[in-house]
Design a protein around this ligand. Structure first.
Ligand SMILES: [Zn+2]
Length: 301
């Protein structure tokens, strides 16, 4: 669907790339870029430093329904961009601030209903103080009252089944449209070879959730970070295989008495800048530890 409407505040330009209309908004720090994929519009949002995106996240607009809405840092730009096409409904896949940061601004601007997984509601109503690195990248969310997602959301044209997919976060859900084969997957996928995790994430539960979505045989995956994935079943299989393979190799080294840090170094190399900025909250070592932990538990049974 071509992107139409006036450019957002701060200036913008419309250009064609790969046959798709793309609107690029150039406002001082936040960035918003929208592109059409059939009836779905992907809205990529990021905070930028010296013109470069720090870390971007996608929201999706389909049949007047906005799925996820980026971080607090880009909420103003998102509202400005939506002015000519106000959403009828806002859905959240999980409570994380880079998916729900626009909730309050959207409610105020459009009086729109916001629906989130039941387990997200208390967290969103009293959002905890973010660690420094997350506040820096995304901005601190404000507290917002939202309603629980029903098992199925009917948009008029489409029907979204709410599929519980915990692991990345305990409240995480995907939205599956069975007729179209679409799965709006929040942070379930992200990348085939994710090597970092936060300590609170449950990688094995995440793998079980990937299998649950794979069993739905999706034909198009709409990821909050990877964007539009055209071979979702292949991509999900490859992600599961990568993590299970890594678990197997990590366990072998662990059984040989190799320390955790050395296993991380051998299998995944050094930690990256995110580990230092997050003070270890987000690390490769967490991933190795999580993979070994469950494998060891399974072995003891
Ligand atoms: Zn997340």
């Amino acid at each position: 669907m071509p992107v139409t409407g006036s450019p957002p505040a701060g200036g913008g330009r419309l250009h064609e790339r790969d046959g798709r209309a793309t609107l690029v908004a150039r406002s001082p720090a936040p960035m918003l870029r929208a592109s059409g994929h059939g009836p779905i519009t992907r809205i990529r949002l990021a905070r930028t430093v010296a013109g470069r995106a720090l870390y971007s996240v996608c929201a999706y607009l389909v049949d007047g329904v906005l799925i996820d809405n980026g971080p607090p840092a880009t909420a103003r730009e998102l509202v400005a961009w939506l002015r000519p096409r106000p959403p009828r409904l806002v859905l959240n896949t999980h409570y994380h601030e880079d998916h729900t940061g626009g909730n309050g601004a959207l409610q105020r601007a459009f009086g729109v209903r916001v629906l989130a997984p039941a387990a997200s509601i208390a967290r969103l109503a009293a959002f905890y103080r973010l660690p420094f690195y997350r506040a820096l990248v995304w901005g601190q969310p404000t507290d917002v009252a939202v309603e629980p997602l029903p098992p199925v959301v009917d948009t008029g044209r489409y029907r979204f089944e709410v599929v519980p997919t915990p692991g990345h976060a305990p409240d995480h859900v995907c939205l599956f449209e069975p007729e179209q084969g679409w799965v709006f997957s929040g942070d379930l996928f992200i990348h085939e070879r994710v090597t970092y995790t936060r300590e609170v994430e449950d990688v094995w539960q995440h793998i079980a959730s990937l299998r649950r979505v794979l069993a739905l045989q999706p034909r198009l995956l709409l990821c909050s970070h990877a964007g539009v994935v055209h071979d979702p079943q292949g991509a999900i299989r490859s992600k599961i295989a990568f993590w299970e393979g890594l678990a197997e190799r990590a366990r072998t080294l662990y059984e040989q008495g190799v320390p955790l840090g050395a296993i991380r170094s051998r299998l995944l190399g050094r930690e990256g800048w995110m580990t230092y900025i997050s003070r270890g909250d987000f690390s490769k070592k967490n991933m190795i530890r999580a993979l070994i932990k469950r494998q060891a538990m399974v072995d003891r049974r």
